[in-house]
Design a protein around this ligand. Structure first.
Ligand code: ATP
Ligand code: MG
Length: 382
């Protein structure tokens, strides 16, 4: 499949009919009694960044390794460019799948120069091996793309972590794969470099118009880079959607609590006060939501959970005593650099975290109101 077939395929992947470049159907992998991956089904479209997001041990790497051909599934199927590449009974070896891969440990060969590392996939090709001049041209093009021009002859041992990362990326794209697999590629980098490399990956992905399957446990990375995200939990896909979908409209408590910090309040829908009206009795606060926000969570008077992202809470001295605000006392102020985090005490006695602008902060002991932005609220059966 690799060589000739792949050369003939445009970088956009499948035939341009809107067909998925990669399909997983009921994919299952067990290690002993543990289901590392259990019945995972998903499609990756040509040219999209598709992310597997979830906590440690949820099966992200195993899924990626199944796609790469480094693990053999116990059940289900994987199709790449409409060809069966893995099932319990059949298996196309990794080097015949025509995929690019970057793993967390960059796996750069220390005894090779930068250029030799990057050229490696071209040199071991089963089909026609390009001429030396062609290899040199492609290596320099790939290095250019990742911002490493001129480092061709540098021994790999004399590279920083970030540079090794770029070499691994250049090596992964040298064969112009239409699918690139990335397993936590940025987790060994410091914050600044990580941000820079996120940009680089996105730029390279757009320039080459390739599909990327990214594995990460970092929600910011997932939300920033992805066209679609599958949130995994215990070997299964818990929710699949665009970043804004999973962030704003989580369909399970697991996804809701995994994506960002939230505050959960016990509330009741208030009969007679109009649709969407809720009361958080313990905090003496009334909340007006839209009818659709409380749709499907039981009848009036029933207890529900109101869940707010912390960034949808606002602290305001002037809102103290307002019916729609929670009266609080500021107990502590933490300086986070770009903003302040307040620890406040609510009427029920619970501690709540609220963010505020870094200038004009409130002092400990101040009485204030915490206002909930109703747009960001989700309501759940309690
Ligand atoms: N080779 C193996 N042998 C036995 N169990 C394994 C093996 N590889 C993974 N597992 C188990 O399968 C489950 C999923 O592991 P996996 O590496 O896919 O998780 P992950 O989501 O990538 O986690 P992390 O974020 O920590 O990398 C875990 O329970 C893990 O212990
Ligand atoms: Mg992993």
């Amino acid at each position: 499949m690799v060589g000739a077939a792949q050369e003939a395929t445009p970088a956009t992947g499948a035939s341009g009919t809107g067909q998925a470049v990669l399909e997983l159907r009921g994919l299952t992998k067990r290690f002993g009694e543990t289901f590392a991956v259990e019945g995972v089904s998903l499609d990756v479209q040509p040219g999209e960044v598709f992310t597997l997001l979830g906590p440690s041990g949820c099966g992200k790497s195993t899924t990626l390794r199944l796609i790469a051909g480094l693990e053999h599934p116990d059940g289900g199927e994987i199709r790449l460019r409409n060809q069966l590449i893995a099932s319990a009974r059949s298996m196309v070896p990794p080097d015949r799948r025509g995929l690019g891969m970057v793993f967390q440990s960059y796996a750069i060969w220390p005894h090779m120069t930068v250029a030799e590392n990057v050229a490696f996939p071209l040199k071991v090709r089963r089909s026609t091996r390009p001429s030396r001049a062609e290899i040199r041209r492609r290596v320099s093009e790939a290095l250019d793309m990742v911002g490493l021009s001129g480092l061709e002859e540098r021994p790999s041992t004399q590279l920083s972590g970030g540079q090794q990362q770029r070499v691994a990326l250049a090596r992964a794209i040298i064969n112009r794969p239409d699918v690139l697999l990335l397993d936590e590629p940025l987790s060994n980098l410091d914050a600044t470099l990580r941000e820079q490399m996120r940009g680089e990956i996105k730029r390279v992905q757009r320039e080459l118009n390739i599909a990327v399957v990214l594995v990460t446990h970092d929600q910011t990375e997932a939300l920033m880079l992805s066209d679609r995200v599958a949130v995994m939990n215990a070997g299964k896909v818990e929710q699949l959607g665009a970043p804004a979908d999973i962030y704003e409209r989580p369909t399970s408590p697991f996804v809701r609590d995994f994506l960002g910090r939230v505050a959960v309040f016990e509330a009741t829908t208030t009969p007679g006060a109009g649709a969407g009206s809720l009361e958080i009795a313990a905090e003496r606060c009334r909340l007006q939501l839209t009818e659709s926000q409380v749709d499907g969570v039981g009848s009036a008077g029933r207890p529900v959970h109101v869940v707010c992202k912390l960034e949808d809470l606002r602290i305001d001295e002037a809102a103290h005593g307002a019916a729609h605000a929670i009266d609080v006392v500021v107990e502590d102020v933490l300086y986070l650099g770009d903003r302040l985090e307040y620890k406040v005490r609510t009427p029920s006695g619970r501690e709540l975290a609220v963010f505020g602008p870094r200038r004009g902060g409130l002092a400990a002991g101040t009485r204030a109101g915490v206002v909930i932005d109703p747009h960001g609220v989700t309501v759940w059966d309690s």
